[in-house]
Design a protein around this ligand. Structure first.
Ligand SMILES: [Mg+2]
Length: 213
């Protein structure tokens, strides 16, 4: 069942680097500036600013500001499968993404909505929320690739699921899924959490019975 606003049962997905491959558009654009291809070490902007100084950073930012960055991104095939599986199984799916903080904000938002409409239809295109405070959005889970993501769980209603990427391997998070195996990973995770809830409920009931005795 879908709702007008996300609830504590909704499953939230970040877009860039989570279900869409950021490197599918950003890397080819950046590589145009270099003789040797840049390796996939992202967050690209952070990496290049730290290692290469201002000029590579500028090239990266300039690449981000060119139109069609988002609308040309490729979806990870397994994430496409996963989201369709969740929709088919009546989960309430939402997309929560940070707005691009520059003059390009409006068109980048339109590009992101167009991508969701293209892959998941008009109805889901109404389930896109632009927010930099994702912990304020209710949900059962938020799937996100940001290294800071698991740390925000304590402020949020949702449980953090980390979408594994090269830049977050070191991050501690008990719930993780991968772009190559997203559907199977997510089904395992949902089953495991459901079992944990059954065990918790059973233990709670036993405690109540013990207290009554
Ligand atoms: Mg992301």
């Amino acid at each position: 069942m879908t709702t007008q606003v996300p609830t504590n049962k909704s499953i939230l997905f970040d877009l860039d680097g989570t279900i869409f491959s950021m490197s599918s558009t950003l890397l080819p654009r950046i590589n145009k500036y270099y003789d040797r291809p840049v390796i996939e070490a992202v967050p690209m902007i952070e990496h290049m600013q730290q290692t290469g100084g201002i000029y590579p950073g500028l090239l990266t930012v300039n690449s981000c500001y060119q139109p069609r960055l988002f609308v040309e991104q490729q979806i990870y095939p397994q994430c496409f499968e996963l989201i369709n599986y969740l929709i088919d199984n009546q989960f309430d799916v939402w997309f929560v993404t940070m707005p691009l903080q520059n003059y390009h904000t409006k068109s980048s938002q339109q590009e992101k909505i167009a991508q969701i409409q293209r892959y998941f239809g008009q109805k889901l295109a109404q389930h896109v929320i632009f927010s930099s405070k994702k912990y304020k959005i209710p949900g059962l889970y938020l799937v996100d690739d940001r290294p800071q993501h698991p740390a925000e769980e304590s402020k949020a209603q949702w449980k953090a699921i980390l979408m594994e990427q090269v830049y977050n391997h070191q991050i501690d998070c008990s719930r993780r899924i991968s772009t190559n195996n997203a559907l199977t990973d997510m089904i395992q995770l949902l089953n495991k959490d459901a079992q944990m809830r059954i065990i918790d409920e059973k233990q709670n009931n036993e405690h109540i019975i013990l207290r009554r005795q």
